[in-house]
Write a protein that binds this ligand. Structure first.
Ligand SMILES: [Zn+2]
Length: 229
């Protein structure tokens, strides 16, 4: 197997000064043949199921000898929270409330949803915002865990989200059911007009159950990166 994957180990730094690693199918200095797919795991540090899925998916992509669409994958965007098994980053900010969406607000009802002192205040958020501006992804898929569901923002993501829902048997939603100002879906999906899909695995999985996650989404993920979709 020839390793073709590019890896920037210190692509960005967390609030707590931990390195954030980025993998891609192409050199980010170059313009790819098509706009890339962007996969993000670990936005919430207490949702290890999402990091597990991102890592398994990365292993698959690295080993694939097929011709695929350009892709970028960040296995764990919140290493501070992941190390402590807490939702927020090293500044106690919920990264999925910190994106500079038009609807961003400092109001929040629980500490775990603290959106930061200003929109886009966190280095992890800024890194994603800059990346989106630079590479202009065609779709963004981020991996979480709560209750099993596939949530999409922007109609552009509906067809792909429906595919994930049909193969996983997870419920399809175009709204998680409560307001999420400053979320990636609001920022990239609604403001920037990019299709965004949030995959919510079941949370609180036992270690021995983690191996069930990737097979559940494998078919749709492969279809998504294949040139035919
Ligand atoms: Zn989450």
């Amino acid at each position: 197997m020839t390793e073709k994957t590019h890896n920037i180990q210190e692509w960005a730094w967390s609030a707590g000064k931990k390195p954030i690693s980025l993998f891609s199918s192409y050199n980010l200095q170059e313009v790819p043949s098509k706009s890339p797919l962007l996969f993000i795991g670990g936005m919430h540090g207490d949702e290890p199921e999402g990091v597990h899925l991102a890592e398994e998916w990365l292993n698959y992509l690295r080993g694939s000898s097929e011709e695929l669409k350009p892709w970028i994958l960040i296995p764990c965007i919140n290493p501070d929270g992941y190390a402590k098994r807490q939702r927020t980053n090293g500044n106690s900010v919920d990264l999925n409330r910190n994106f500079p969406s038009k609807c961003w607000t400092s109001e929040h009802d629980k500490d775990r949803y603290f959106p930061g002192n200003s929109a886009g205040s966190e280095p992890e958020t800024t890194a994603i915002v800059d990346l989106i501006k630079d590479v202009k992804p065609c779709q963004i898929i981020h991996f979480h865990s709560w209750k099993p569901m596939i949530v999409y923002s922007n109609q552009k993501a509906e067809m792909v989200a429906r595919h994930f829902s049909e193969t996983s048997k997870f419920e399809l939603k175009n709204d998680i059911g409560y307001p999420t100002p400053g979320s990636l879906g609001e920022y990239a999906g609604n403001d920037l007009d990019i299709g965004v899909i949030c995959i919510e695995e079941q949370d609180e999985m036992k270690v021995q159950e983690l191996s069930t996650i990737f097979p559940r989404f494998k078919e749709s993920l492969i279809w998504l990166v294949s040139l035919e979709s």
